[in-house]
Design a protein around this ligand. Sequence first.
Ligand code: ADP
Ligand code: MG
Length: 361
Amino acid sequence: MARVEFRQVRKEFKDDHKGTFTAVAGSDFVIEDKEFVVFVGPSGCGKTTSLRMIAGLEKQTSGDIVIGNRIVNDLHPKDRDIAMVFQDYALYPHMTIRENLSFGLKNLKKPKAYIDEQVQNAASILGLEAMLERKPRELSGGQRQRVAVGRAIVRDPQVFLFDEPLSNLDAKLRVQMRVELGELHKRLGATIVYVTHDQVEAMTLGERIVVMNHGDIQQVASPKELYASPRNMFVAGFIGSPAMNFIDAHIEGTQVKVEGTSFTLPADVLERLNSYQGKRVILGLRPEHIFGDDVAPNVPQDHMLQARVQVVEHLGSENLLYFRLGSRTVTAKVHPETHAYVGMDKTFVLDMRKAHFFDPE
Ligand code: ADP
Ligand code: MG
């Protein structure tokens, strides 16, 4: 297994019509040996390009890529000792599962005994032993996906690369495979670089997460850290569901003013706010940190706000209440027993201890 490092890696695509397009704008990161790192960001932000550069399928415009302890810039993909699992994991339909799993190793002219052992090992790890003589069409979607992963495992690579491997599966299967991939990582003790646009997948799978937008790395951190201390509004809005609320506010002394209501801020929050004194600021508050005043467990009741409920969504385990604050719609994720109906003037409790502050756009 091995670590992977990007040093100022940049990728530009030349286009006859639009000129030069920067897909990755000078990335720096280190993925440690045996680490599970997830790249997450909206479609087109440069995730696949980053992965393909690690694999050597795409050559960077500038910068160095290190795998293990060597710079691999000029190393051919097949010499990088890497296995990639794609979103469209086309299996060979006319081959059995065993043949699908063996194919890559046969091409590499590995001895038969070694191939058999590797296939047996992968099948056992993935629970595919009973299916080795079947054809892909006789397998379920989840089982076929496991075969695709198996084709990577038999290669026993230094690094596994996964590019949105679950996005063609239905929601329930996706959750199940997510759990399996997490367990697989523990069992293989492998370095895994995993790409997804799904922040829930990133948060559940990643030991560390690289958040990207428009070719730029926004933040590299653990899931916990990303949630608690997002570095900017993009990360704050991208991680967490429903998304963090952004509310126009003003800081004056020890007070934050929101649409005519003033809140006294906790001392530790104020400490972070010195640079905003007397200025406009964006207050970021997650939906789960806004409560109805009737069901607000363990929250200081001094940060209250009156607003008219515009929409109520019942999700079973919680309710989503939407209300307007100035020009913005605010979402509160509240306990299902919170009393609310459309048109109700409701008192909300804001947990200011959990407040984030950002520069106005
Ligand atoms: P993601 O995987 O995050 O959705 P990609 O890495 O596939 O994004 O693409 C990043 C950007 O680079 C996109 O705007 C895409 O259109 C562009 N891009 C990717 N591959 C090429 C290519 N071969 N030629 C030109 N532009 C490309
Ligand atoms: Mg992609």
